[in-house]
Design a protein. Structure first.
Length: 205
């Protein structure tokens, strides 16, 4: 990364940190771009140079990370079983430092209260899923439904792991929560999954 890119990243991070701090102090809706610029010690025009609006600032870490799961999956050995690669993809995506986890918790807390960015988050997650689905399709040899289900499940597990880490009172890491969820899904009769169609029909009263 060149000097110009490093400077641009530093400015983006300063703007994001200012936005997050103001949202935590006064509420997301109350924060203005002028306040963000003042706190980040940049001109308002600089804020607009990097971001179209407040939503874009708050979602910058998420948008910058779109494609990360597909990248982690493609980094796995090509001869590795696809499901094994997915397991490590999910684990590695969630294997964050305490500092990173703290920033993620703070962002998620704001997204829970800000309907605008939260609505846009769905589009970013859709893009993430499609990119992962494409990466899986390159190796799986399966049909589109299988690849889509695999990508969906991976994202569901990531979301569940973060949710459980946030809502629980222990110090278990999200990556470890994901490992437990995956183990649970592979536990045969103990897995909390809907039954296949034939069995469900037989069990219907």
């Amino acid at each position: 990364m060149g000097l110009r890119e490093k400077k641009a990243r530093k400015v983006r991070e300063a703007i994001y940190d200012a936005m997050l701090a103001l949202a935590e102090r006064d509420g997301y809706e109350a924060a203005t771009l002028e306040q963000v610029a003042d706190r980040a010690e940049v001109a308002v025009s600089t804020v607009y140079r990097y971001f179209a609006n407040k939503d874009a600032i708050l979602l910058d870490p998420v948008e910058s990370d779109v494609g990360a799961l597909a990248g982690l999956f493609r980094a796995r050995p090509e001869d590795e079983d696809v499901t094994v690669s997915l397991r490590w993809t999910v684990h590695d995506a969630l294997d964050r430092t305490p500092e990173q986890l703290d920033r993620i918790r703070r962002l998620r807390a704001q997204l829970d209260r800000a309907p605008g960015p939260r609505a846009r988050l769905w589009d970013l997650m859709h893009r993430e899923r499609l990119l992962l689905e494409d990466a899986i399709a390159e190796r799986s040899g399966r049909d589109q439904l299988w690849n889509a289900a695999a990508a969906h499940l991976a994202l569901v597990i990531v979301g569940m792991a973060y949710d459980h880490e946030r809502d629980s009172f222990d110090t278990t890491r999200p990556a470890d929560h994901a490992d437990r969820i995956i183990a649970m899904l592979h536990a045969g009769a103990g897995a909390p999954l809907p039954a296949p169609a034939g069995r469900a029909d037989q069990d219907r009263p």
